[in-house]
Design a protein around this ligand. Sequence first.
Ligand code: DC
Length: 218
Amino acid sequence: MVIAIDGPAGAGKSTVARRLAVSLGFTFLNSGSFYRAVAYEALQRNLDISSVDEMIHLAKNIDIEYKNARIILNGKDVEDSLRTAEIDLAASKVSGVVEVRHAVNDKMKEAVKGMPIVCEGRDMTTVVFPDAECKVYLDAPIDVQVQRRYDQYAAEGKFVDYEELKQQIATRDAADKNKAEGSLKIAEDALYIDTANMNVDQVCEKITEYLAKCDKNR
Ligand code: DC
């Protein structure tokens, strides 16, 4: 069974998807971390992020494993190094390259083949798992998105400028909605949830209720 969740940055996708996966005993797939892994490796190797050819070559040849919802890159667990402002920017760029997306999609599908999963990203409901039994789109107004990311950084001891963060998130969301392939959109058959005034428990509860309906329709 596949539960697919899409939405913009800061809509709560990762937290919700991870929690649902734990409660259902499913595997959690964070697709953004695969793009982040490609970006991480490009930066490590000092490659030119704007070179489409270099990024395609890298994405096709990179060795990514996904174990316990953690990215293992060339045998090394890099999960905790994937969320920096530099990688935010680089991952946004590399994920705009269609052939990089194809390579990443292949790796992701291989990593979770045959497993029941809760996955999240931008094109899980539309491109990667179009036949998912349960589809959800999580949304939030920009100021809620920014506040959540700000709090997330603060919890990690990182203090960023609010307005700068807002600008970065708005730019990344616009880029995500305008990709040639795999752009962020609401699937026709997805449950739309505006999470602005909801906490994580409430969102999970709503999805769990919906899941019962999805199950019945199978
Ligand atoms: O969800 P995230 O912030 O970790 O994603 C990192 C980047 O990858 C972000 O710029 C959006 C992009 N992405 C994508 O294009 N498609 C996905 N399925 C997941 C993420």
